[in-house]
Design a protein around this ligand. Sequence first.
Ligand SMILES: [Zn+2]
Length: 319
Amino acid sequence: MDGLPESLKPVATATCQHTLKSAIGCVGVGLHTGRKVAVALQPAPPDTGIVFRRTDLGPHPGIDIAARFDHVTDTRLCTMLASPDHPEARVGTVEHLMAAFAGAGVDNAIVTVDGPELPVLDGSAAPFLFLIDCAGVVEQAAPRTLIDILRPVRVEDGQAFAELRPGSAGLHLSVSIDFEAAAIGRQALSLHLTGHSFRGELAQARTFAQLHEIDALKAVGLALGGSLQNALVVDGPRLVNPEGLRIDHEFVRHKLLDAVGDLALAGGALQGRFVAHRAGHALNNRLLRTVFADAANWRLVQAEPVGRASYAYGTRAAA
Ligand SMILES: [Zn+2]
């Protein structure tokens, strides 16, 4: 696999599980606490999934929090996970790292963190993807299980909705947003999640906020680590960041990136079509809870036997 170009490395349609080749870490500031945190991404055996480990809590080596939709405890400002056994063990702002793992096709990893929030870095998934690329990704001798959506499931909140529909060959996402702020306005984007589309279309899109929201958050002691270095800030028709956008439609791209991260909490790679309008972390999480509340909505399908992995995109990974 090492010889393959990045764009051809397996992702949503891979048939074997993957983990990191080596451990890698970085230090950054949490968006909401403003505190410095150290995070390390470490290899993990097959069927581990993504597990966050609070190394500053509990007996050595720390308290583990599996990255699953039913461990989400707060979705107001980010997606926050907590251990069901130790509710005080929380980790917030996991969505951009979860998206990077999904985009890079990493199924199994231990993520150690010494505080209640992952570092926000530049507000996108690109720095996490860079860390994953530096560590390298290796195939594991274990088949990958996909979660196949069998019938449409929809959740709504006023005009906002999020829906998963049956589909083939990995995950297809269509997201639209509609903001009063003219600098954002209406934007829509559809794509098939592959290593290539994640890198080219989503990874570098930064989180965004409106100026009046930031003032309100800081007044109550949140977004303390927020700055123009880690977020796009909009004031009506004006983009405050002097450097401008990194990529056209950066706002909806970030919403789609967030959805990839939130859906990665399903506990396995989804196979289906995600459609959402004005949705956010709360609706994304409610969608997963609704899907998995009824066994008729989904089934697990095993990818093809180990050793017959296909690196082609768009091919159906399981019968
Ligand atoms: Zn985000």
